[in-house]
Ligand binder design. Structure first.
Ligand SMILES: Cc1ncc(COP(=O)(O)O)c(C=O)c1O
Length: 352
């Protein structure tokens, strides 16, 4: 006998990437930014006083929404804040889908989408990406209440062009969530679609581009009606006072975010070339990670490579999902971290 709803009893639950605590581990497994956040964020953190902690936070994070609206060219009423963009995905599933509702998304992608469907006891349609990670035609006609498109996609890093996304948004009856968690490392984004399509909700995070994964802060941008509806579903105080304060400082400092993203992008190209030179198949990434398919004829499987790197204190991500069993996903680190990765790969028998 179980106390849980049947769907909860049946489901497995999302398995986050490992978080090793040993500082000597070269951690390239959960797509954190390898560079520190803006100094201004740290200075603001140091100035926090007791009164800011004694009081409840602002329920709708006006300070952040006004600043972000200014930076991005929207109005504060078009923005909602969340405890990481994961929380906003959760709120959106509850708000738009519900039990027996239908969600749709191309796969392989961020596996949390399926977990959220399981929690909600919703149906889900998973449509394989086309060759070269193109948008599958079937996504246009699922009839889903919520369609999700991770762009750049995780774990491939590939991106669908804005015009194509616009076409999809126009055709869909339901809401289209663009998960732009990695967009700060990309050439383009879909912000222009917010004012073009009333069903588009863009989700962003400060975890990646702004180097604040430990803070837990994300935000969504959509039309006012969409945002007003989502506000009814969220917890009153879903973002704590510190995260609102520090996220506001972080988004005001676009220069630091851009400079860190530039360094990551440069390293991404260098690392991708090095991996491809020895036969790894690596799709063109617009994110801060690379999906590397094992070289044909390599004596190691991807799982063995992951394990042997781990024994040498280099942590990459291995996902035992269909279509990805012969791949590892590698977060782009600082140059010396990437060198260590390549050196350890050589040590375990990959001809780098
Ligand atoms: C595709 C994608 N979306 C959303 C998130 C969640 O980000 P956050 O840290 O803001 O919850 C992640 C985290 O890794 C991600 O990979």
């Amino acid at each position: 006998m179980s106390y849980f709803r049947e769907n909860i009893e049946r489901m497995v639950g999302y398995v986050p990437g490992e978080q090793p605590t040993d500082p000597k581990v070269v951690k390239l497994n959960t797509n954190e930014n390898p560079y520190p956040p803006s100094e201004r964020v740290l200075a603001t953190l140091a100035s926090v006083n007791a009164e800011q902690l004694r009081r409840y936070p602002d329920p709708t994070a006006v300070m952040f929404r006004e600043t972000a609206a200014n930076v991005l060219g929207f109005s504060p009423e078009q923005i909602i804040c969340g405890n990481g963009s994961d929380e906003l995905l959760n709120i959106a599933t509850r708000a738009f889908v519900g039990p027996q509702g239908l969600m749709a998304y191309p796969v392989p992608t961020y596996s949390l989408y399926r977990t959220l469907a399981h929690i909600e006891d919703a149906g889900f349609v998973e449509i394989p990406f086309g060759p070269d990670w193109s948008l599958p035609e079937e996504l246009y006609s699922t009839g889903a209440k919520l369609t999700l498109l991770c762009n750049p996609n995780a774990p491939s890093g590939t991106m669908i062009e804005t015009d194509e996304v616009s076409h999809l948004a126009k055709k869909l009856d339901g809401v289209l969530i663009m998960d732009e968690a990695y967009v700060d490392f990309a050439d383009n984004n879909c912000l222009e679609l917010v004012d073009k399509h009333k069903n588009v909700l863009i989700l962003r995070t400060l975890s990646k581009g702004y180097s604040l994964a430990g803070l837990r802060f994300g935000y969504g941008i959509g039309n006012r009606k969409l945002i007003a509806g989502l506000n009814k579903v969220k917890d009153s105080y879903n973002c704590d006072a510190l995260s609102v304060l520090l996220a506001t400082e972080a988004i005001s400092d676009q220069e630091v975010m851009r400079e860190n993203a530039r360094k990551v992008r440069d390293e991404r190209e260098r690392l991708s070339e090095r991996l491809q030179a020895v036969g790894f198949e690596v799709p063109e990434s617009q994110a801060n990670f690379l999906l590397a398919r094992m070289p044909a004829g390599c004596a190691l499987t991807a799982k063995q490579l992951y394990k042997q790197l781990k024994e040498r204190d280099v942590c990459v991500r291995y996902m035992e999902q269909t279509h990805l069993a012969d791949c590892v996903r590698i977060t782009v680190g600082r140059p010396e971290q990437n060198e260590t990765l390549l050196q350890m790969m050589r040590q375990v028998g990959v001809e780098i």
